[in-house]
Design a protein around this ligand. Sequence first.
Ligand code: ADP
Ligand code: MG
Length: 604
Amino acid sequence: MISTFKGLNRVLITGSLLAIALLYFFPILIKSSNNPSFYLQVVSVAVCSAILTISLNICMGYGGLLSLMHTGMQMVGGYAVAILAVKQGWNGWLALVASAVIGAIFAILVILISLRATYLYFGMITLAVNLIAMEAVRHGGELTGGYNGLFGVFAPGIPSGMMSAEGFYRVMITILILAYVVQRNLIFSGFGRNTMALRESSETATALGISPNMHRVKVFSVSGALAGLAGGLLSIQIGYAVADIGDLNNGLIFFVGLFLGGVGTLAGPVLGVALVAVIDFTIRGTGQYRTLVLGSILLLTMIILPRGIVGTYRASRYGSPRSREVMPGEADNYHLDIAVKNVTKGEVLLEAKDVVKHFGGVHAVDGISVQFKAGEVHGIIGPNGSGKSTLISALTRYHELTSGSVTLLGVEADKKPFKVARDGVTRVFQIPHLFERVSVLDNVLTGMYRRDKYSIFDAIFRTPRYLKANSRSVAEAKALLSLAGMLGMEELAAGSISHGQKRLLEVIRAVATEPKILILDEPATGLTQDEMHSLTSLIRTLAAGGMCVVLIEHNVAFLMDLADIVTVIQSGKVIAEGTPQAVQKDERVLEAYLGNTDFSKELA
Ligand code: ADP
Ligand code: MG
């Protein structure tokens, strides 16, 4: 079976290489046709579209950012080249580089004003920006050539010291291949994992110390740079820049191509655009039906093949599991050191004083003071709705406090949840928050990104620094997985493992962030006996290494067995605190739970 997969992969790789060769030699193949420059033009424009679609895929497919301004970014890139090369007399290559830079700047400006916007609102903002940008260009006077646009950029023949049309065509193919490689290298790196983490759940990404805003800016600027470059190439290829390039109607091919090929897949955008371009070319005689045909393809894709061609293939047993640059055997001799650095056992790591959190009239947390100490397992129990989860959200700054204070290692805790995470407090939510669409290994690696000491450029160019950091991270991630008895599952999609394994994986991912305080909100829910044993021994190992493990549980037997100290909460207040033995005998606790038969039975 494995060899069938390999065989199929070999066919796909050979096919791709053949397609690249065919594209390079295309100008020679069409030489004897009746209109070579027309055919060259058609394929060149499709190449620009493919580059733009890769850009759209990075932001929409991987980043979950609904952009309706990609045609606008393309237009901006086109005008950048037109203005700089034609009006300012810049060298064409330099103007092309500028189109990417200006595309990135444009994207950054837009994302900065919309950081608070949710998915749909962000989409609407980009739509508005697109319309405004087009109008601005139309009324840009001499600079933009108004409604007529700017002509004489370089085509036909692409003179102005650049090269022949054929030569420029080959440059475009090369840029398309580079754009694909950039996309691939980014997606496989920490940058890509953070991007997908943000797409899956901004809340979880934050808990792992990822700054959602900063990362959105990065994703959108990379996307903007590629879109600007695509626009720059297009204006050189067609020889002019005009506001209509920004019209969303002209973006049909990008959206249809992306979804037909497979949104959020590497090869999807290129394959999709290639198919749409062929269809478009075939029906070119029937101008008025073009929109109808493309619209129908999009509709059918959404109904029949929502993952697109590549996405469907990847989800099938032929395309998955895929080997993701994992070097086997590394976990075996990796020395995992989970001891917490720079803390002494018993040291107070976090101190909450009189923390109050009210939701309108609901006094969810009503004046709780608590200390979390290094090397301790700190249990928190209390009936449903007593305020345990709210307390955790307040301490980790997911909720703004109504009053009270939280200090972390002696200083006031930062107000931003991702900073609290970076300062050493990692929480695992009560409701599972896995990144289900990525592999088990990638989930753990996402937790480790703070230790990745490489830049986005290291990732794109695969520098030795990146390669070294990556193989170290993979080895460490596997060693962590083996702690929970999950070695061998790295390649599976996280969504496909059992419920208990998912919960364990979330704990492992949290441990991967190297926290000083690990907060687990009801982690044992739905675990089998074996999984409970794995969890118990993992928690003991972590605490022995100096970590403070805060354990919220309603399984009292499980908690009492593990905890060094237990805090009992009722109606947002602490009613008892002490060793498990003391708490179980505490009058107030027994009294509070007298009506709750389950609980008093468990306590007995
Ligand atoms: P526990 O985790 O102990 O079961 P919670 O902290 O989830 O309890 O909830 C404590 C109380 O606060 C409950 O009455 C709950 O309904 C309320 N509560 C929790 N979160 C919110 C919220 N975001 N808005 C309003 N009320 C909330
Ligand atoms: Mg809860």
